[in-house]
Design a protein around this ligand. Structure first.
Ligand SMILES: [Zn+2]
Length: 215
């Protein structure tokens, strides 16, 4: 079951207070795709923790604090007024996907590389909405954001492999699959990815195909 509760948010940028609905409980699904896209109720709740400010459009989340660094404040203010922020991907992405993408921009500006998580959520929303063009562009953006991270966890490396496969960058995906010194789980998933890469398969595959538990 999915339930929500009302909260009061304060926009970290313009200080406007507004009410929004935050997620209280959600039945946890135990199935995922290879890029960790959840199935079931969690899929419907993508972007649920993000709240666009009704005044300035800054997409905030519950754990945000007021932004006090004047330089960062200025850069964020410029960004949220830019055409690319207001109409991301030339207006081809709307709804939850747009909100996730706007947060990805913000996140990458505050902590370079952290935006990938929100690009990924935007990918999932776009997959469900149109499944084609904007999802492909968002996968490229998620990869660019990941490239800005200093170190990647194994989970992030596996997500990168799936993003590379889904965008047809087979050789690069293979090179990452062949990395040594990884956990048995990594090797298992990498072996599944290698089989898909051999077939130049760019389609969506479920975690269950690896024959492991999904958590
Ligand atoms: Zn605001």
């Amino acid at each position: 079951m999915t339930t929500y509760h009302e909260i009061t948010c304060a926009c970290p940028l313009c200080a406007r207070k507004f009410n929004a609905f935050a997620l209280s409980t959600i039945s946890s699904g135990r199935t995922f795709d290879l890029d960790l896209r959840p199935h079931g109720p969690q899929r419907a709740a993508i972007g649920a923790g993000l709240f666009p400010c009704p005044d300035c459009g800054f997409v905030t989340k519950e754990s945000d604090h007021g932004i006090t660094d004047p330089q960062l404040q200025k850069r964020l203010q410029q960004m949220i007024r830019s055409e690319d922020y207001i109409h991301p991907l030339f207006g081809t992405i709307e709804g939850r996907g747009k909100t996730c993408m706007q947060r990805a921009y913000i996140e990458d500006l505050i902590h370079p590389g952290n935006g990938y998580e929100y690009y990924l959520q935007a990918v999932w929303a776009a997959d469900d909405a149109d499944g084609q063009k904007s999802a492909a562009a968002l996968r490229e953006l998620a990869l660019l954001s990941l490239a800005r991270k200093q170190t990647l966890s194994e989970e992030e490396e596996l997500i990168r492999i799936d993003l590379l496969r889904r965008t047809g960058q087979f050789e690069e995906a293979r090179a990452h699959c062949r990395k040594e010194g990884k956990s048995p789980l990594f090797s298992l998933i990498a072996a599944v990815q290698m089989r898909l890469l051999e077939k130049k398969d760019e389609s969506c595959h479920a975690f269950a195909e690896t024959g492991t538990e999904s958590n």
